[in-house]
Write a protein that binds this ligand. Structure first.
Ligand SMILES: Cc1cc2nc3c(=O)[nH]c(=O)nc-3n(C[C@H](O)[C@H](O)[C@H](O)COP(=O)(O)OP(=O)(O)OC[C@H]3O[C@@H](n4cnc5c(N)ncnc54)[C@H](O)[C@@H]3O)c2cc1C
Length: 382
């Protein structure tokens, strides 16, 4: 389906497809890992693709992180391997606030290494009691006469144990601040999180009276959520891109199967209900892709102005991905259920996408409020 990707985005797409092709032979192994799969990281590192996730002044590719490039890259990477996609995306998710709000020294210290994937990044928001409701965060940041002290526990943190730093939200008085915590700071420890249906590098990160310099904050005291939302406004769109890649891969499996296998004397694709499953899935794939690309394109200038649209693209694509992959399994009958097959992997990998980076129900609240505001504004203008 044609979307008028510019030359730069098309080049990124080709580049990401080439990286995906290098990982494809061992993707099934990588995607079963809940620790970093070194061969996958090596390919990603050698590719230079992570330079897409950092501004040019600090070793990145574009002047600012370009949401459309990240979106098309994740589409290609996720189609091959969720582990590859996650390693790539986390470099941006964990470092975006450093680029947006860090001091020159913080940027110089971390971003060039993030761009080269020499150091892995992490964003630590979630806690045992604080999931969607991040205002329930209990991790505390206290100013002890010029030095900061951080105490608390973060839960289900991607790249935990492998990351070089944790961009961490903490309660400071009655407000919330972001701090940059080096993983080797005394008092930082990591335990594995429970294994989930689609393995992922996840851990529980404890901060036990971690001492940090006063300039470890990212941005002003109390400005934490502003920078988290800025991160999400870029990277939620890219989850939509990843969901599109997953749908594309799943639908390719189902289409191949429906063409090759015959029942009742004809290929499955010629049996009406099976054709319906395929056609509905293709429609959802193409509409999700168009929405993702259009949203990413619109966000290129000012991502923060497009947070609700970014949520909309993520909601549409991740909900569609679960429907599509379920239909694809159905098309493939018992072959859709075989452990270790591509389609089974996609089936498991689609599910967490509706939960992380904004669960669907929570996104709907913001989206519906925006809809009503926009509609009320439009009526008032008539
Ligand atoms: C693979 C994976 C990777 C992750 N990586 C990270 C990471 O790197 N960093 C990080 O900080 N976190 C990470 N998380 C955690 C993730 O961000 C949370 O799981 C997510 O925010 C949802 O929180 P929760 O799981 O506690 O669900 P809850 O917030 O407890 O929600 C449970 C259910 O209630 C619904 N719900 C909650 N509030 C409302 C509401 N107001 N209105 C309507 N419905 C509501 C939700 O939609 C959901 O259906 C990761 C999770 C996964 C699965």
């Amino acid at each position: 389906m044609a979307f008028d990707l510019d030359q730069d985005a098309r080049a990124v797409q080709q580049e990401a497809r080439a990286v995906a092709a290098l990982v494809a032979p061992f993707a099934a192994e990588a995607d079963e890992c809940s620790r970093v799969h070194e061969p996958t990281l090596e390919v990603l590192r050698a590719s230079g693709l992570c330079s897409l996730l950092v501004p040019a002044a600090y070793g990145g590719r574009h002047e600012r992180v370009d949401p459309l490039s990240v979106c098309v890259a994740r589409e290609a990477l996720m189609r091959a391997s969720s582990h590859l996609d996650s390693l790539f995306a986390l470099q941006g998710i964990g470092s975006y606030a450093i680029a947006a709000a860090g001091t020159h020294e913080q940027r110089e210290e971390w971003l060039p290494r993030v761009a080269r994937a020499e150091v892995l990044a992490a964003l630590a928001l979630t806690e045992p009691v604080a999931g969607s409701d991040l205002r329930a965060v209990q991790t505390a940041l206290v100013d002890r006469g010029g030095e900061l002290e951080l105490s608390g526990v973060k839960s289900f943190i991607s790249n935990a144990g492998a990351a070089g730093f944790y961009t961490t939200i903490a309660k400071e008085g009655d407000r919330f601040s972001l701090v940059l915590v080096p993983a080797d700071a005394p008092g930082v420890s990591v335990e594995p999180s429970p294994e989930i249906i689609a393995p992922h590098v996840l851990g529980e990160v404890s901060f036990d009276r971690v001492r940090l310099p006063a300039d470890a904050r990212l941005g002003e005291p109390g400005a934490g959520f502003r920078h988290v939302l800025a991160t999400l406004s870029v990277f939620r769109i890219s989850v939509a891109g990843a969901a599109v890649g997953l749908m594309d891969g799943a639908l390719a499996c189902a289409a191949r199967h429906a063409s090759a296998r015959e029942q009742f004397g004809r290929p499955l694709v010629r049996l009406g209900p099976v054709a319906g499953l395929l056609a509905d899935s293709w429609a959802e794939l193409e509409s999700s892709r168009l929405l993702a690309y259009a949203t990413a394109e619109a966000a290129r200038e000012d991502p923060s102005a497009h947070l609700d649209r970014s949520s909309l693209a993520k909601l549409a694509a991740t909900e569609a991905a679960c429907r599509v992959v379920d239909r694809c399994v159905q098309v493939m009958g018992r072959w859709g259920l075989v452990r270790g097959s591509d389609i089974e992997r996609y089936y498991r990998q689609a599910r967490p996408m509706r939960i992380y980076e904004g669960a669907s129900e929570v996104l709907r609240l913001g989206i519906a409020a925006r809809l009503c505001d926009d509609m009320a504004g439009a009526k008032g203008g008539r």
